[in-house]
Design a protein around this ligand. Structure first.
Ligand SMILES: N[C@@H]1[C@@H](O)[C@H](O)[C@@H](COP(=O)(O)O)O[C@@H]1O
Length: 234
């Protein structure tokens, strides 16, 4: 894994943007995108750039089950607000959280991933090492699934909702196996509360206990992290 240390999230966004831009200049057509606070500075760089994404496709990692696209807590809404309303892509895919039929929603999404092989995947990371919504214990070779969120993830996500009880308990998430098929992966992590997850990702064993540790087996992963997130690395 390559590690780029940055002083803050602004610099992280700029470094990530350089990688995205270079990949597009090299012919990338499909970007795998993530939600959460970590990619926001990258999306700001993308929206203020002169890059044109109207011939490109985006495939997002995950969506809460039970939220419609127009719900302001949905990941559809987040992506629209931070990126797509300003820089539209030709096609933008996010799992359909409003479909209560998990088998139909997840197999439809696997088909989308198969038809749009991801050139560069952006990732954040949860405090417990989750990527997408693949919580500890998720199969490292999995496809899109309905997943139950852990208490720690629900608690971390409470800040985006009025009340803890409003945080959805389930999500549809791209599996780790699908994430691993992306040609390149760029993971963004900032702050002290990501330090344990980053240490386990880089220095720990490859184990379902830390889903992001699977990235050790990927040939092209770059971590963009600040000093606090890097503070527990060996
Ligand atoms: N499903 C998302 C993840 O994709 C994201 O990586 C994580 C961390 O978010 P943040 O970047 O806000 O710390 O939050 C959620 O759980």
């Amino acid at each position: 894994m390559k590690i780029i240390k940055v002083k803050d999230t602004q610099m992280g966004g700029k470094e990530a943007f350089k990688l995205v831009k270079a990949d597009i200049e090299n012919g990338a057509k499909v970007l795998g995108l993530a939600t959460g606070s970590s990619p926001i500075t990258l999306y700001n760089e993308m929206t203020s750039s002169d890059l044109d994404f109207s011939n490109m496709t985006s495939v997002n990692l995950d969506e809460y089950v039970g939220l419609k696209a127009d719900n302001d807590q949905s990941y559809h809404y987040f992506m629209k607000e931070h990126l797509f309303s300003k820089k539209p892509f030709k096609n933008s895919y996010v799992p359909d959280g409003s479909n209560p039929d998990a088998d139909a929603a997840t197999s439809a999404y696997d088909k989308i991933i198969e038809e749009n092989p991801i050139d560069l995947q952006i990732l954040g990371i949860g405090r417990n090492g989750h990527i997408g919504f693949n919580e500890p214990g998720s199969p490292l070779d999995g496809k899109t699934r309905k997943v139950g969120l852990t208490e720690s993830t629900i608690e971390a996500n409470t800040r985006f909702f009025d009340d803890e009880k409003d945080v959805p308990r389930f999500a549809y998430s791209m599996g780790i196996g699908s994430i691993m098929k992306a040609k390149k992966i760029v993971l963004l992590a900032y702050g002290e509360n990501k330090a344990d997850a980053i240490a386990a990702t880089v220095d720990g064993p490859v184990t379902e206990d830390c889903p992001a540790s699977a990235l050790q087996n990927h040939p092209d992963v770059t971590l963009i992290i600040d000093d606090a997130a890097a503070s527990k690395l060996k």
